[in-house]
Design a protein around this ligand. Structure first.
Ligand code: KG4
Ligand code: ZN
Length: 320
């Protein structure tokens, strides 16, 4: 990263194929795969900018996430920073998502409202100023991405669920199987929707289901996927709308892996037609290091380098 906003080199090493065989993320396998990938990926990313000699500072994710994976990253980054005498900052993964919008849209400055929707989080956050964020709303139970992943399993679509549900929903009829559209005044909730999907599938009857209990007929899968996606998207737009009204927001962004969802992107743009809405390109929506660089650049500028011994925090609750 240069000056926090210019991406000179960005690589993502995906573990999707590794975990797909197990239907979800296996923590021990994830940490081991991190350990194997981190050296080669960092080396390759640095090749494009002339190696470590051109680096002035290091940013690394310290949470939230799986402890084993966070340890691999922070220990590697601290080793590299100490060896070369570079400043280092520990960054929140969620701050990275909030800053992915700032990174992708050079006209965007705080204050702005962010709908942060990933595999582990569904939040509405206000970035009041650089380094100063407050969470306005979050989910009571499952995250939106987690809900997509569970729905995909119930529908027999595989892992990761979001893109597969989105693809299956294309051309589906969202009205054929009514699913509840949850609307809470101060929170989001996706577990009731998931249970409703489970019972709707069960009630199709055993003749309509495979031995694994998933619908045989792809038209049914497609209609259920469309109904599920519409229910999730409707609730997310509602949550963002409640917070935007309450705060009198003038700029909105949608970030995190679920922001890759076309139906969500279009629904937000349609609903808030009068407000500028930033949704980063797909590669900045799903997990990436560039967004950590952007959030880290502000953190270093505002708070200076962290002391030696950055600790990981698997439940870190920080958005800037
Ligand atoms: O931000 P992210 O890459 O990783 C986490 O920090 O969790 O988000 C991953 C989540 C997964 O649950 C995945 O199913 C979901 O984002 N996702 C999607 C789509 N692409 C990824 N959900 C809905 N539609 C998509 N196209
Ligand atoms: Zn993420």
């Amino acid at each position: 990263m240069k000056d926090g906003r210019e991406v000179l080199s960005s690589l993502v090493s995906s573990q999707i194929a590794l975990h797909a065989a197990h239907g979800g993320v296996v923590p021990d396998l994830a940490a081991r795969a991190h350990l194997e990938a981190i050296g080669p990926v960092v080396d390759e990313a640095l090749t494009a900018v002339g190696g470590w000699g051109s680096i002035d500072a290091v940013a690394v994710t310290r949470g939230p996430g799986l402890a084993g994976c966070l340890l691999v990253g922070t220990l590697y980054a601290q080793g590299a920073a100490v060896a070369r005498g570079l400043p280092i900052v520990g960054v929140s993964h969620m701050a990275g998502h909030v800053y992915s919008a700032w990174l992708s849209d050079t006209s965007l400055e705080p204050p702005y409202l962010a709908l942060v929707v990933s595999g582990g989080h569904s939040d509405v956050v206000e970035l009041r100023d650089h380094g100063d964020a407050v969470r306005l709303m979050s989910t009571r139970d499952d995250a939106a991405g987690e809900a997509f992943d569970k729905a995909a399993r119930l529908l027999g679509l595989g892992y990761p669920g979001g893109p597969l549900v989105e693809r299956a929903a294309r051309g589906g009829d969202p009205a054929r199987f009514p699913l509840p559209s949850t609307r809470l005044p101060d929170a989001m909730s996706f577990s009731g929707l998931k249970t409703a999907l489970r019972y709707t599938i069960r009630d199709l009857g055993s003749d309509a289901l495979t031995a694994e209990g998933t619908p045989r007929d792809f038209a049914v899968v497609s209609d259920l996927a469309a109904a599920f996606q519409a229910a999730v998207v409707g609730q997310l737009v509602h949550a963002l709308s409640v917070c935007a009204d309450r705060r009198g927001a003038e700029r909105l962004v949608v970030v995190g892996g679920v922001a890759a969802n076309t139906a969500l992107r279009e629904a937000v743009r349609g609903h808030f037609a009068g407000l500028p809405v930033t949704v980063p390109p797909l590669l900045l929506c799903t997990d990436n290091a560039a967004m950590i660089g952007a959030a880290g650049w502000h953190r270093l500028r505002l708070r200076g380098s962290d002391a030696a011994g950055i600790s990981v925090d698997p439940t870190l609750d920080q958005y800037a």
